[in-house]
Design a protein around this ligand. Structure first.
Ligand code: NAD
Length: 328
């Protein structure tokens, strides 16, 4: 088997995807990479003491020769390309976002073309915009995003389609909703509140939310997202009509509804709101709910976690982690 490369592997998704891939295919088969090295052992899959240790390489995706060198040396056959600036950070630094999100993807597609690699590209609900129907957003619809993040996600989807059509690169991808997880902190997205709220609930019993109480967005628990990425890359290409940029979702809620779900499990938990206009404007330009019927029909996508199951698991895992930290 040719090996698998994960770029941006120390981020919120990469820290869990890399471990899942190592468990599935064997630790030595998976090459984690990032522009930075882990600070301490617990920070990263592949570090000593982790459940699924394995090789890690330093790759800045804006530097094509670094990608080429690692892909050639390790005989890489699949690239999960996660390195990117997320929505809120990309609005603060649009020039860097273009350079990394577009330049990095272009470099990955070129290396994939030359070495015959398959590519996974994570698009986002940010690939839609204010002109998109916001409820049950269809698989194929208007995509005129008003953020640099969204511009790079739509263009990224198109670049994947182009390399598949023109050069036969097996480029597949998902439009992911906001992701909720406890392993690595979120990287500066508009849906980060749905992760922060759990940490604040456990530490302080209260949370000040930067989105309005009634902001409805699609969300997914990380174990479902990781499984979706692996299932899509393993899917029989004969069944894939779209192949790339599949809408997927697992649940949708507002900050007020999430706070109620947490309060039902942690009596006394309180939420208040100090709206960040910039992130609110981004959220208001995104769909409220996605139609993921194409993913369900073409490769059998089914989420396992709804809001109740996600809250139970998040609180259990975060309390365990807090107890371990207190005991050590
Ligand atoms: P993250 O910000 O947590 O991690 C990104 C990683 O990329 C970081 O470890 C960072 O060090 C690394 N990186 C930064 N610059 C780099 C460079 N020049 N070269 C190589 N690595 C570099 O992001 P994430 O949440 O893990 O998201 C991964 C991908 O999934 C992104 O494309 C993101 O747009 C997409 N996505 C994420 C979410 C979400 O809710 N987390 C939702 C939809 C889509």
């Amino acid at each position: 088997m040719r090996k698998i490369l994960v770029t941006g592997a120390l981020g919120q998704i990469g820290s869990e995807l890399t471990v899942a891939l190592r468990r599935r295919y064997g630790a030595d088969q998976i090459i984690a990479s990032d522009i930075r090295m882990p600070r301490k052992a617990g920070d990263v899959p592949g570090a000593p003491g982790e459940a699924a240790p394995g090789p890690i390489e330093l790759i800045d995706c804006t530097q094509p020769h670094q990608l080429h060198e690692v892909v050639r040396r390790h005989d890489i056959g699949v690239i999960y390309h996660l390195a990117a600036l997320l929505s809120a950070v990309a609005e603060e630094k649009p020039q860097i976002a273009w350079s990394l999100n577009m330049g990095g993807l272009y470099n990955v597609m070129e290396v994939a073309r030359q070495y015959g690699c398959a590519v996974f590209f994570p698009s986002s609900i940010g690939a839609f915009g204010p002109g998109t129907p916001r409820d049950q957003t269809p698989q194929e619809t208007i995509q005129r995003p008003s953020t640099m993040y969204g511009v790079t996600k739509v263009a990224g989807e198109l670049l994947c389609d182009y390399y598949a059509l023109r050069f036969d690169v097996d480029a597949r991808g998902l439009r992911l909703p906001g992701l909720i997880s406890y392993t690595a902190p979120p990287g500066g997205g508009t849906t980060d509140y749905a992760v922060e709220i759990f940490r604040h609930a456990i530490r302080y019993g209260r949370y000040t939310c930067f989105l309005r109480a009634d902001t409805r967005l699609d969300m997914m628990y990380m174990p479902d997202a990781v499984r979706a990425m692996i299932e899509l890359m393993e899917a029989d290409p004969a069944g894939l009509l779209h192949r790339n940029a599949f809408n997927i979702t697992a649940m949708n809620f507002t900050p007020a509804e999430l706070a109620d779900a947490i309060a039902a499990r942690m009596p006394g938990f309180e939420i208040d709101y100090e709206v960040d206009d910039d992130r609110q404007a981004i959220a208001d330009s995104w769909p409220r709910t996605l139609d993921d019927s194409a993913a369900r029909a073409e490769w059998g996508w089914r989420p396992e976690f709804d809001i109740a199951a996600m809250c139970d698991d998040m609180l259990e895992k975060m309390r365990e982690a807090a107890n371990i930290a207190r005991a050590s």
